[in-house]
Design a protein around this ligand. Structure first.
Ligand SMILES: NC(=O)CC[C@H](N)C(=O)O
Length: 319
């Protein structure tokens, strides 16, 4: 990392007001009716280092629903439940180049493409173990609690809103059932998927979750292990190639970090062995990524030379 971490707070305080509001460019997600109610001006950035320092600016205590960012962590739980080889037979790891909600499946390998787009995420969630819906939900909530460091709750209105309006996700689940890619009970798995998307977090929570991944699975604020360290490389590789949907290639080129976005307007990015980044700003670009979130990550990556290949070069040739 080019500059010293002490510069981070000053950098964030200068950056926050300098990133213009995306009026006329970004749009708050409205296909889940409850999400349309969010204040588009909310904007926060939080960084948490692997040694537990927290740098934050803006509305970092504002609660919002985690949406697709949950896919990263549920993928981790599915890896723990089934191991990487079995999981790979059920859900692929190929980027799609299509939108997050595209109705496309890999019919040759009989799998959805990857766990970061909706089809693959629903299939991944369907594999979460537990006796019945309550135990499966409780396992998910305890997993999120370990990453975040405190109890988590669902936004009931967002859950119901998505459950009643989520015809596209329901259609995908039925298609996958038809192809033998997932098993019954699909309504239970869809509910679990809608529930994981409606977990409430703050921008600081996102950064702590990201920092836990940067810290090889141990929450840097609580010292608790959230996931077995052996799966971190699997999670980060899939985030790197698939986490920003059909912007993943350009993201890798411009920012160069494993990341995940959600229609809530949140983005997490992981700087392995250094820190987790969380950004929240609801207006989205056409690919469903937060307009300001992408700009913030670009600025951080450039200023501190955080692209993975920059970091690798610095380790190999520190001078
Ligand atoms: N990209 C997202 O954040 C999508 C999540 C949302 N709950 C959906 O399935 O449509």
């Amino acid at each position: 990392m080019k500059n010293h971490p002490a510069d981070l707070q000053a950098f964030l305080e200068a950056l926050h007001p300098a990133v213009p509001p995306p009026w006329g460019i970004g749009k708050v997600a409205s296909y889940i009716p409850e999400l349309a109610k969010v204040n588009p001006d909310l904007f926060s950035i939080c960084l948490v280092t692997v040694d537990g320092q927290v740098f934050e600016v803006g509305d970092f205590q504002q609660l919002f629903t985690i949406q697709s960012i949950s896919k990263v962590f549920v993928h981790g739980l599915a890896l723990e439940d089934h191991g990487r080889d079995y999981l790979l037979t059920k859900v692929g790891v190929e980027p799609t180049g299509d939108a997050f909600n595209a109705i496309i499946l890999d019919e040759h390998s009989k799998r959805p493409y990857n766990p970061m787009v909706n089809a693959g995420a629903i299939a991944t969630t369907s594999l979460i173990q537990g006796q019945g819906p309550a135990e499966r939900l409780n396992r998910l909530l305890s997993m999120f609690r370990r990453y975040i460091g405190h109890d988590v709750y669902l936004d009931g209105a967002v859950f119901v809103s998505e459950r009643t309006s989520g015809h596209r996700n329901r259609a995908m689940a039925h298609l996958m059932l038809n192809f033998g890619m997932i098993d019954e009970p699909i309504e239970e798995s869809l509910d679990l998927y809608f529930q994981q998307c409606s977990v409430m977090v703050t921008c600081r929570d996102l950064a702590v979750m990201a920092a836990t991944l940067a810290n090889h699975g141990v929450n840097p604020l609580t010292g608790e292990r959230a996931i077995a360290g052996q799966y971190i490389k699997d999670i980060l590789s899939v985030m790197y190639t698939c986490g920003m949907y059909n912007f993943a290639g350009e993201w890798a080129y411009q920012i160069g970090l494993p990341a995940k976005s959600g229609v809530c307007g949140g983005i997490i990015a992981i700087v392995p062995n250094l820190m987790g980044i969380g950004v929240f700003s609801p207006p989205l670009d056409q690919r469903g990524n937060s307009v300001r979130g992408v700009k913030v990550c670009q600025a951080l990556s450039q200023e501190f030379e955080l692209n993975l290949f920059d970091l690798l070069r610095q380790q190999l040739h520190p001078f």
